[in-house]
Ligand binder design. Structure first.
Ligand SMILES: Nc1ncnc2c1ncn2[C@@H]1O[C@H](COP(=O)(O)OP(=O)(O)OP(=O)(O)O)[C@@H](O)[C@H]1O
Ligand SMILES: [Mg+2]
Length: 395
């Protein structure tokens, strides 16, 4: 059918044509943010899940909804190898400048901007990637000690006061939070905890890979009392069907039920894959309804495209030893797997391969769902590893 009318939206953070199965999560986050704005106690949310389950899309949706209700947002994506202060400073500045508009709350917003100036100046020595245009001079003695723990507490407290003055909340929306180094994450949680105790309307909504759970827990043991950790998983049967059927129906196109079954089998309800299969099914079908034979052809096309892009770019970032480790995991199936079993496939000892496993965790390729277990962060990666490295005997 006409690719120009294809409604599906495979991509990273691309809003889907039908955001299926996430109403509960969106509503829970909205309630928490509204309560925090009102100075009431609430745990904000941290969304965690595998690659492509729709965390970024959800985070953006929660943010846009919050902005529409008058909440001030600070949008941050944490790439690898950047410092938290380096990311936070310019994003926070933009938000504070917005709070500084109009008459009502100028003093408190300006005080927060000055705290930010001191923060950036003092920490630039340690975090050289801080770049900040400054319109106000720092206020001496506020957030300028050069110690991140201390300065972030003072900074967020000034930000919270500015937000309260404006009857709003400032919410840090941080994507890929697992890439924030643990010591910096610990400082951030301390600062948010402090603001929470003072009932200041400043909080964080974050998203990241499942290793975030261990990461935040190690950074601060009370993190789970401050945040609600919400798993973002594959879609259940009804939601997965809706994700496929609703967008097509809006274009007057239907699916035969067995065609939908085929896609659900192949994608196992993972949102990104549903978009890919929907897109290819639409493109190969001649007309409505989309039939099972269409979706079977789509499987071939979708896998070829994923192998050449989505899976491939991740594979290309791996060293030969890391590739062997991932291939050995794939041999055991989708997972999770015992680390000992993976080492057995490799014919090595667990302790010998531990550095490779740690490097893969740092790269966000695998995670440990429970002690001694290892799982892929990318769904369906086991199948890809087998296709790209068919020969297990020569690892
Ligand atoms: N609830 C949903 N229903 C249907 N499609 C969805 C849903 N959520 C996300 N998608 C689609 O899935 C794809 C991946 O979404 P997104 O980039 O938000 O995932 P992610 O979890 O942030 O992935 P990553 O870990 O790689 O950053 C997008 O193409 C998006 O349109
Ligand atoms: Mg994402």
């Amino acid at each position: 059918m006409d690719p120009r009318l294809n409604p599906y939206a495979p991509g990273a953070g691309t809003p889907p044509p039908e955001l299926a199965g996430r109403d509960d999560l969106i509503e829970r986050a909205a309630i928490a943010l509204d309560r925090i704005r009102a100075g009431r106690s609430a745990r904000s949310v941290i969304l965690y899940g595998l690659r492509g389950v729709g965390k970024t899309v959800l985070l953006n949706r929660i943010r846009l909804d919050a902005e529409a209700r008058g909440i001030a947002s600070v949008k941050i994506e944490a790439p690898e190898e950047r410092s938290l202060p380096g990311l936070l400073a310019p994003a926070l500045r933009a938000t504070l400048l917005r709070l500084n508009r109009g008459e009502a709350a100028r003093a408190s917003a300006q005080r927060a901007l000055r705290a930010l100036a001191g923060f950036a100046k003092a920490l630039k020595v340690k975090y050289q990637d801080i770049e900040l245009g400054l319109e106000l001079d720092p206020e001496e003695g506020v957030a300028d000690s050069g110690d991140l723990d201390n300065d972030l507490v003072e900074l967020l407290s000034a930000v919270g006061a500015a937000a309260a003055d404006r009857d709003t909340a400032v919410v840090l929306f941080i994507d890929e939070l697992q890439y924030v180094p643990e010591d910096q994450l610990a400082s951030l949680i301390t600062a948010l905890h402090n603001a929470n105790q003072d009932q200041l309307p400043v909080t964080m909504v974050a998203a990241g890979l499942p290793q975030l759970l261990g990461h935040t827990g190690r950074a601060k043991s009370y993190a789970e009392r401050l945040f609600e950790f919400s798993p973002v998983d594959r879609l259940d049967d009804a939601a997965a069907r809706a994700a496929l059927i609703v967008p097509a129906a809006k274009e007057g196109v239907e699916y035969e039920p067995t065609a939908v079954d085929e896609i659900l089998d192949q994608t196992r309800g993972y949102p990104y894959f549903l978009q890919e299969w929907g897109k290819h099914s639409w493109n190969v079908a001649d007309m409505s309804p989309i039939e099972r034979s269409d979706t079977q052809r789509a499987t071939v096309d979708a896998l070829a495209e994923l192998d050449a892009s989505f899976f491939r770019v991740r594979f290309d970032r791996l060293t030969p030893a890391e590739k062997r480790y991932m291939r050995a995991m794939a041999e055991l199936g989708a997972g999770p797997h015992r680390s000992g079993d993976i080492a057995d496939v490799l014919g090595r000892r667990v302790t010998t391969v531990a550095p490779v496993r740690n490097a893969l965790i740092a790269k966000g390729m695998i995670f440990s769902p429970a002690h001694g277990d290892t799982a892929f962060t990318v769904p369906l990666f086991d199948g890809f590893m087998k296709r790209i490295m068919p020969d297990i005997d020569h690892l």
